[in-house]
Each structure stands twice: as C-alpha cells, then as structure tokens.
Design a protein around this ligand. Structure first.
Ligand code: NAI
Length: 341
C-alpha cells in the first residue's frame, strides 16, 4: 500500500496539531484534505501547507474517493454523526474523545463500528500512547506493584487558559468538566485497574470563575468511583490551576505504587535566579502530550497499512462515556449514580 491519504475535519486548538503531524511527521501518510466550517481557517492551512483539497462542508469531503481515512477533530457534539457518515462512506476513522456526549449515541456508533470490521476505528485516548503512561502499564503487567487497587488522578488545566476554554465552551457544548476533561483519567483508570466502574459520586463548583456555573458546569470537580472487585478511583479535574497544566496519576497496588507526573515539570531544566530554584510547569496539553498525539496518529496509520485494529477500542470509548456521563449526572443531581454498562 502507498501512502495513506487522510482528510481531517476540525482545525482548531487540537485539530491543527493533528493536521501538522499528518502532513509532515508521518512518512506513510499524506494529508490530502482539510475541512472546517471556518473558510479562512481552511484556506490558510491549504495555502500554507499546500494541501490538495479544502472543504467547508464535511459531506462534500466524504465524496472524495481519493481519500482512505478521516480524522475527526471537530467539537465533541459532532463526533458520532461524523464517525457514522465516514464509515458508511467507506473510510477508516480516527475520532477525538469523547466518543459521544450521550450514552445512547455512543452505543449506536459502537454498533456501526462493529458492522465495519474491515475499517480501522480509533478513539483519541492519546495518554495510552504517552511514553510514561505506557511504561507504567508495563510495570503493572510485570507485577511490579502487585494487584492495582486504587487510581488517583489530577487533571488540571492552567488558569491562564481560561479565556480559551470559555470560548471553546461557548462555541459548542463540550459535555462539561467530567465528560470533556476527566474522561482521559476515567479511561486510564479502567485501563490500569482492568475493571469497569460501578458507582459514582461527584461533586464540584465554580469557585474562582462563577461564569462557569452559568454554563451549568463545574470549574473544579471531584469524583469518587467504585470499580468492579471493590477497586477505587479518585478523580480531581479543574480549569483553574495557578501553576500550569497539571496531569498527575497514581496507581496504588498491593505491593507498590506508581506515580506519573507527580510534579508536572516542563522539562529537566531548573532555573536558579532571584526567584530561588525554579522548575517550570508544563504549559498545556499540546506541550505535555506532543509525543502522544504523534504516536497515536502513527499507530492509526500503521493499523490501516497493516490491516489490524488498535488496542484502544470503540468499547473503551463507550464505557468511558458511560462513566463520564454518570459523573456529570451525579454532580448535577447530588446523588450516588450507578454506571450503566
Ligand atoms: P476548537 O473549538 O478549537 O476547534 C474546533 C474546530 O472544528 C474548528 O476548526 C471549527 O471550525 C471546526 N468545526 C466546528 N463545527 C464543525 C462542523 N460542524 N464541521 C466541521 N468542522 C467544524 O476545538 P478543539 O479544542 O480543537 O477540540 C476539538 C475536539 O478535540 C473536541 O472534541 C475536544 O474534546 C477534543 N480535544 C481533545 C484533546 C485531547 O487531549 N485528546 C485536547 C483538546 C481537545
């Protein structure tokens, strides 16, 4: 097979990064088409990167039979519909997280994916492709910490990104803090514990940015999750982290503990000056997960070329959506929620 020809939909905060990876950093891939509802965005990328086709209408892009695969980085409310259309049109599909904003649409898409076993489908849980997270998984599989029984996660966006977030949230409904942000941690907990969630209690509020409450959302929230076999998950998610982008994960096992990103260092440099000794903090998702975004895209292209499916599945998308949705429901109702599965 020659180069895999990809069309991407969504050229926003993350879509542009994906597009750049597909265009320049994966030798067996060609970015053949770009699509966004914003004409200027599309024209700029097409001109700057010399992309052959540009569309402002997704359905038009799907008529292009030179393409092999569709990469979806549009707002979350469009994922399910766009996945279904792309599969029906005969393309391999990568979709950003979350799979859906509602369990019903995620389950429906799962059926469509399962009805197209000859097409590669991949969901963008990129942390599963981050070197440190992969290393931790290997340690668990080697039995280094015994049986993992508790996962504790912090997923905190930098306070200085709040304006960008407000714009993102106002432009399109994102599903809220738990479905939009904590979903990465919820997926990781399922992966590391090798267990599904049963019950959730989630709380939160809008403390520094009351305007987030007007979106019916939490600025900072916490969820306590009971998994199968009495395993535990503790999740803190937020949009108001003063020191930067703080993604931290701890896995406690019967014989030891693993921690990833205990201090969210930007790099290995310490600055010694009139502020003392300073380790700068990771700036945001594009910086922290640069390698993971590239690795997941490489895996998607390799799967197409090698006629196999990635290890992260549509079921992972559905089960994480179910858990994220249960967290949201618990936060909104104040009730202990049983997770549908
Ligand atoms: P954004 O709002 O910055 O960009 C959205 C893009 O989609 C824009 O180019 C917009 O013009 C385009 N668009 C909007 N409606 C469209 C439609 N109907 N058809 C075609 N294009 C359309 O959003 P951002 O932050 O780039 O997020 C996109 C997706 O990526 C979301 O689902 C989000 O959850 C996910 N995401 C995942 C991250 C991760 O770490 N895996 C990090 C950030 C976002």
């Amino acid at each position: 097979m020659g180069k895999v020809k990809v069309g991407i939909v969504g050229l926003g905060r993350l879509g542009r990064q994906h597009a750049e990876n597909l265009a320049f950093r994966i030798p067996n891939c060609e970015l053949l088409a770009v699509c966004s509802v914003i004409q200027d965005e599309v024209e700029q990328v097409q001109k700057e990167w010399d992309v052959k086709y540009a569309y402002t209408d997704y359905d038009e892009m799907l008529k292009n039979k030179e393409l092999d695969a569709i990469f979806i980085a549009s707002p979350s409310g469009f994922h399910c519909e766009q996945i279904e259309k792309a599969l029906h049109a005969g393309f391999h599909v990568f979709s950003e997280k979350p799979l859906g904003l509602y369990l019903e649409e995620a389950v429906r898409v799962q059926e469509v994916v399962n009805n197209h076993p000859d097409k590669v489908f991949m969901i963008g849980f990129m942390r599963r492709y981050d070197r440190s997270y992969v290393y931790a998984k290997k340690k668990i599989e080697q039995g280094k910490i015994g049986d993992p029984v508790l996962v504790r996660c912090y997923g905190l966006d930098p306070a200085k990104a709040i304006n960008g977030f407000m714009q993102f949230a106002k432009n399109n409904y994102s599903g809220g803090l738990f479905l939009d942000m904590a979903i990465h941690d919820l997926d990781l907990a399922r992966w590391y514990l090798n267990a599904e969630a049963k019950q959730v209690w989630a709380i939160g509020g809008a403390y520094a940015y009351p305007e987030i409450a007007q979106l019916n959302d939490a600025e900072t929230g916490a969820a306590l999750v009971k998994f199968e076999n009495n395993k535990m998950g503790i999740f803190v998610a937020g949009r108001n982290c003063a020191h930067g982008y703080h993604i931290e994960t701890e896995i406690i096992g019967t014989k030891g503990t693993l921690r990833i990103g205990t201090t969210p260092d930007k790099n290995m440099v310490s600055v010694f000056d009139d502020n003392g000794v300073v380790k700068e903090c990771s700036d945001g998702f594009l910086e922290r997960f640069e390698q993971a975004y590239l690795s997941e895209a490489e895996e998607f292209i390799s799967c197409i070329r090698e006629n196999r499916q990635p290890s992260v599945t549509v079921e992972d998308g559905v089960l994480s959506t179910a858990l994220g949705y249960a967290c949201k429901e618990s936060f909104e109702t104040g009730e202990l929620i049983s997770v549908q599965s």
